[in-house]
Ligand binder design. Structure first.
Ligand SMILES: *Cc1c(COP(=O)(O)O)cnc(C)c1O
Length: 222
């Protein structure tokens, strides 16, 4: 395994280059996706100065959180089963996978304070992917107005599994467009300033298209 600090240096360079190339200036935060690595490796990530960690199972998040003393921000990036909400909802800082009303209702019931949520969109329409269709995102967000525990901080998507850069770029661009439409609604519970998009294989494109959170596993800690 390569040193995380070396990987991070490389990734930071690529992010800087991407911002210059695309002439964008947003602050890009890196989420170290630690779902496939040990607690020791996760601690190594935190020691490089990374603060955002991404997990996709309640067990992974809870077992790591129990031992890790360092201050970290915990991102839940996987699809979350309704019956598991009570296990994790008060342990995470961001939920990236809000994609249905039944999940919102369970969060409202179980959360002890406001939860920062990303609405997950399936922009590409791939059947294998979770998330709302582009058309469903805005009506869904509007329907959350009476939920006191839910704050929509942004939108999240996963690009399709393809080598075709233009296809990936279009997905990210569409998400950004959708995000700006949500911002324009000026809903007090949905500032929607963040864009969670880009993984190991496509974060450079995501940054060029406006990502504010990139979720990197393999290329960083793998
Ligand atoms: C695993 C995962 C990632 C990280 O994937 P890599 O290709 O390893 O960077 C990002 N986002 C989600 C939702 C994931 O499940």
């Amino acid at each position: 395994m390569t040193k995380i600090s070396n990987n991070l240096e490389e990734i930071n360079k690529k992010i800087e280059n991407a911002k210059q190339k695309a002439n964008v200036t947003q602050d890009v935060k890196i989420i170290a996706v630690t779902k496939q690595v040990s607690t020791e490796r996760t601690i190594e990530a935190l020691e490089t100065g990374l603060v955002h960690l991404g997990e996709n199972r309640p067990e992974g998040l809870l077992s790591k959180k129990e031992v890790i003393q360092t201050k970290a921000k915990w991102h839940y990036i996987g699809s979350l089963q309704t019956r598991k909400v009570k296990q994790v909802i008060n342990e995470l800082d961001y939920l990236h996978s809000l994609d249905r009303m039944s999940l919102a209702e369970e969060i409202e019931k179980r959360a002890e304070q406001t939860v920062n949520c990303f609405v997950q969109a399936n922009v590409s329409g791939e059947e294998s992917k979770h998330g709302l269709s582009k058309e469903q995102v805005i009506p869904f967000i509007q329907s959350l107005h009476e939920f006191k525990k839910i704050r929509i901080v942004g939108l999240m998507t996963m690009a399709p599994n393809t080598e075709d850069e233009a296809t990936i770029r279009k997905v990210f661009r569409d998400l950004k467009q959708l995000q700006q439409e949500v911002v324009a609604l000026e809903l007090p519970y949905a500032p929607c300033n963040e864009l969670s998009m880009g993984m190991s294989n496509d974060y450079v494109i995501a940054v060029e298209e406006g990502a504010t959170f990139v979720r990197i596993g393999t290329a960083l800690v793998g």
